[in-house]
Design a protein. Structure first.
Length: 498
């Protein structure tokens, strides 16, 4: 592409949809967060400063009853939203990689509402799944309405999901990077401007209703030599545990119930979760309270160790029971808990260790390794806390080491781990796909002098691509791998699930 460069493949209609998608995603995210807050207040009757404080103030009987209600709703959702084979995608990552970026709007919005309601009642999953689904489904509908080619629909669906994420966490740059690095697996320049535009517009719209405050509050910490040494020593350990976390999520996803078990499993799991919450109310919700308490030094080493065992099991159990929800904050909370244990042990070796500072360093590294997104991981943590620059160096060291370890052993991200084919086979197949083949605009023959495509901004020509009714086909070497994943997805869709 010459002349117009990175915007050569986009028309005025595409940019109109970018603006419209940012606005409707911001509105949808705000509405979903309003529903979440309403449910939390009705369920636990609190006027406290946080959901965690309300949980601690509520009675044991109320916790058990409310969590059981969440299980009933999940079981009911399995009946009402039980999906017929081929009706659409469940997860955004599945829609992007296996279904040409298509999501059904009404089922996705209904699933998003069910997600925020059950999370508000105490499900141990993340709140971000709902706005991600809403943004992605709205992008899919707008793309079909405008008749966009497949590569632009995939791009807009990823941008919509990233914008929903950005709007509820107030992380506009992190949301754009999440869409590109984590969901699409590329940071090519032709994709950056649309992702940034949708994310910023959605976040700005959400400011009107959700405010501009950052998510986590913490003291300012200075850089110390012990932090750098700890990052070098513990970075690989964090990467290994992140692999275990992804495998746990993958296993839970494969064990999602079918048939009559879709009704029984949520009831059993949520009863057990409610009973466990009698002694440990921190297990309820997405884990935001755990992260905030760790960042202000409000958790002891013993509690860190115990919650490190219980919180991952609670999240995996909810996911395995068929409950809808996200994994971002649960993953961050598990990383913070792991880091709290490692920092507590480090204090015996290196005196004057401040656990909150280490919790942030290690939590960011664990998040980046589990998402397979080092850049988005560090930027999201920076935006969530707003004063993180002094700890940037040890965090980057830990992120690099943890991510390398996770990639070296072939662990998929927590999002590809939720694909319905075997996520490790899917990871290998998807990993062989060049994201630019699926999401970048086709090369301009009139600009290049012959048929071909340009990857990113490098200007290097690729082999001519075959074209079909839905736009340019990927290269044969990549298509074969992708087809295997898509065929496995079609076969697995024969059994209905929520």
């Amino acid at each position: 592409m010459t002349g117009r460069g990175i915007v050569a493949g986009y028309t005025w209609r595409f940019w109109t949809l970018v603006v419209a998608l940012g606005i409707v995603t911001g509105l949808a995210a705000s509405a979903l967060m309003w529903i979440l807050r309403l449910v939390e207040r009705l369920a636990y009757g609190f006027h406290a400063t946080s959901f965690a404080a309300a949980l601690r103030a509520s009675s044991d009987l109320r916790r058990v009853g409310v969590v059981l209600l969440a299980g009933v709703l999940v079981a009911g959702g399995a009946i009402v939203l039980g999906r017929r084979a081929g009706a659409g995608a469940i997860e955004v990552s599945e829609a992007l990689w296996l279904r040409a970026g298509r999501l059904p709007v009404l089922p996705s919005l209904a699933r998003g509402v069910l997600s925020v309601v059950t999370v508000g009642l105490g499900s141990s999953l993340g709140r971000e799944a709902a706005p991600q689904l809403a943004g992605a489904a709205l992008a899919s509908r707008l793309s079909d309405w405008a008749g966009l080619p497949v590569w632009q629909r995939r791009l807009l669906v990823a941008c919509g999901a990233g914008a929903g994420f950005a709007a509820v966490y107030n992380v506009p740059l992190g949301g754009a990077l999440f869409a590109l690095e984590v969901l699409l697996g590329t940071l090519a320049l032709p994709l950056v401007l649309p992702a940034l535009a949708v994310s910023v517009i959605a976040t700005a719209v959400a400011w009107i209703f959700l405010g501009t405050a950052h998510t986590y509050h913490m003291a300012t910490f200075s850089l110390q030599a012990g932090q750098m040494v700890w990052a070098v020593v513990c970075g690989p350990v964090i990467g290994v545990v992140a692999i275990g976390w992804v495998r746990l999520i993958s296993t839970a996803n494969r064990l999602r119930p079918a048939g009559h078990n879709r009704i029984l499993a949520p009831l059993l799991v949520f009863i057990l979760l409610g009973l466990a919450a009698i002694g440990y109310p921190e297990l309820l919700g997405n884990g935001k309270g755990i992260v905030q308490a760790a960042l202000v030094g409000g958790i002891s080493l013993g509690v860190f160790a115990l919650l490190l065992i219980l919180k991952p099991l609670a999240t995996a159990a909810c996911l395995g029971a068929g409950a809808p929800g996200g994994l971002f904050t649960p993953t961050l909370s598990v990383g913070v808990l792991l880091t709290g244990v490692l920092a507590g042990l480090w204090a015996y070796i290196w005196p004057h260790t401040l656990t909150p500072a280490y919790a942030l360093i290690g939590g960011g590294a664990f998040l980046a390794a589990a998402m397979q997104g080092p850049l988005s991981g560090v930027v999201i943590v920076l935006e969530l806390t707003r004063h993180f620059d002094l700890l940037m160096a040890p965090t980057l060291v830990a992120i690099v080491e943890a991510t390398i370890v996770a990639r070296r052993f072939g662990a998929p991200s927590i999002y590809s781990a939720r694909l319905r084919p075997d996520p490790y086979e899917a990871h290998d197949s998807i990993g062989s796909l060049d994201a630019s083949e699926e999401c970048l605009p086709p090369g301009r023959g009139e600009d290049a002098g012959e048929p071909g495509r340009v990857s990113g901004a490098s200007g290097h020509k690729k082999t001519p691509a075959r074209t079909g009714p839905e736009g340019p086909d990927p290269q044969p070497t990549s298509t074969t791998a992708a087809d295997r994943v898509r065929q496995a997805a079609r076969r697995s869709s024969s059994s209905p699930e929520l």
